[in-house]
Design a protein around this ligand. Structure first.
Ligand code: FMN
Length: 332
């Protein structure tokens, strides 16, 4: 989970408990990636996963679009002197640069979201013995992933928190819930499939495995655990704001992502947004200000549809509980 949610303590606790400890490194510098992997590898020899977004280069839209996107953010009632600066290219660090510390630290797994990385990246991972997984939200994407030589697929259902992993940001979305996506992929795809989307406990893991998944990828279930780096407001909304439910928005980043419904999302609905990741950089100071002020209405509260089931416990306790629940389901 990108954005500081994953910590070395969380990844290490999950890896020690028999899972794969993941880092969403998308908005992270190579130095921080190196420091996080170092810190985690000092805590565990268990398997880790480094995750990145893959996307095509983008250009700033024309001045009228820029002005409309800036005006849309003014609806949020920011102070008069709050400066919003239009991001300038390069909008995103080069993926090859971000991968340097990965090649050095060699986590067991490397996963990608939004698309397939270059052949050179796939080959390098293979040469270093790193297992590669890529998100699919449809059968067409899964087939492309298989053809590209990945080792496994992360099947992401519409229940999942965070960014929708569709390859085309503005293309059609199959909008498949996890179980429907699994039923579609399992008979047609040879690669192992990892299930993502509202998997919150051992019974859910059992269900997706019965549908043919080899494992589950859980995000929201860890957001309130002791080791989570999610902001206090994010955790408070997960625990107490159950009536809100979740919604998808492009307002924060420029790409569709699911989180707990808040004022930012409502106010940006239907407004002009810039392409990912320009919108993400543009709204960064607004979100940071909200985190500093413990304001849950103006920060991204990424969460899956089953967020009400998230529990505030140490990650090791959660993992143990899920293991017991899974075993109980398997023996029933
Ligand atoms: C806070 C948050 C951040 C996320 N960031 C990423 C990310 O950087 N890369 C990625 O591939 N998926 C990301 N996801 C999606 C998860 O990998 C996973 O698909 C999702 O959490 C599964 O659904 P769940 O949230 O219902 O458990 C994120 C999810 C959340 C909740």
């Amino acid at each position: 989970m990108a954005g500081g949610v994953n910590t070395p303590a969380l990844a290490a606790a999950v890896a020690k408990a028999g899972g794969v400890g993941s880092f969403g490194f998308t908005y992270t510098s190579p130095e921080k990636i190196s420091a996080d992997l170092n810190a985690t590898q000092a805590l565990t020899v268990g398997p880790l996963n480094a995750n990145f977004f893959v996307f095509q280069p983008v250009a700033l839209p024309d001045v009228a679009q820029q002005a409309a996107a800036l005006l849309a953010l003014r609806v949020l009632g920011l102070p008069e002197d709050f400066v919003l600066q239009m991001p300038q290219a390069p909008f995103y660090p080069d993926l090859e640069t971000l991968l340097q510390p990965v090649w050095q630290h060699r986590p067991a797994l490397l996963t990608f979201h939004f698309g397939i990385p270059s052949d050179a990246v796939m080959q390098q991972a293979k040469a270093l013995g790193i297992t590669v997984g890529i998100t699919a939200t449809s059968l067409a994407e899964a087939k492309q992933i298989e053809a590209a030589g990945a080792d496994f697929i992360v099947a992401q259902g519409t229940e999942a928190g965070g960014h929708r992993g569709t390859f085309e940001p503005d293309g059609a979305d199959a909008e498949l819930a996890l179980d429907d996506l699994l039923r579609l992929l399992v008979p047609s795809i040879r690669l192992p499939i990892v299930a993502a989307g509202a998997v919150m406990d051992g019974a859910d893991i059992h269900r997706v495995m019965r549908l043919g998944a080899v494992a589950a990828q859980m995000g929201t279930a860890f957001l309130c655990c002791d080791e989570s780096g999610a902001s206090p407001a994010h955790q408070a909304f997960i625990r107490h704001e159950h009536a809100r439910g979740t919604a998808f928005t492009r307002g924060f980043s420029g790409r569709r992502a699911q989180g707990i419904a808040n004022q930012f999302m409502t106010q940006l609905e239907g407004q002009t947004t810039l392409p990912f990741p320009i919108q993400n950089t543009l709204t960064g100071p607004i979100r940071q200000r909200a985190v500093q002020r413990n304001d849950g209405e103006h920060q991204s509260l990424w969460a899956g549809q089953a967020y009400a089931k998230a529990q505030a416990l140490p990650a090791a306790v959660l993992m143990q509980r899920w293991r017991e629940q899974l075993l109980a389901c398997q023996q029933a």
